[in-house]
Ligand binder design. Sequence first.
Ligand SMILES: [Zn+2]
Length: 139
Amino acid sequence: MSRKKKIEYHSYMEGHIRYMICKVCGRYESVGDEATAVKCSNCVTRSIPLDKPKGYVPTGRPAGWHWMKEFVDKDGTVYHLGKEQPKLKGTLKPKKKTKRRSKQEILVARHKEKKEAIKKAVKKQQDFLNHNINKEGKS
Ligand SMILES: [Zn+2]
C-alpha cells in the first residue's frame, strides 16, 4: 500500500474536532478531516482587502463621474462625459461636496422632524375638532 506523501500542517484532535495550524499566522483553527492546510478566519478576513482588482486606483471621484455631462476634478480639470477638456481646465470650480452630517446633526435634524410631525398632527387634530364644532354649530 503506497501512500502519497503530502505536506501536512500540524494538526491535533480535541474530542471529535480536528484543529490545524493556520499556515499564515500559526493560530489553530478547527478544520474538517480532509483539510491539509488552513487559513484561520482572522487571516481570511485580513486578506479580503487585498482581493481588489489589479490596477485599481481610487480616484476620489464620485461613482459614475464619467457619465456626467460635466465633471470638474479637484485640480480643476474639466471632463465632459468622461473626456478631458484641457481648454476648460481651471475655468470652472469643482462642485463642493455636500458636507457629511455628523451624528449629532443627524439626531438634531431627526428631532426637528419629529417635532414638526407632532406639530402637524396636533394642528390637524385641532382643525378637525374646530371643523366639527363649526359643523355642529351650523347644523
Ligand atoms: Zn491565521
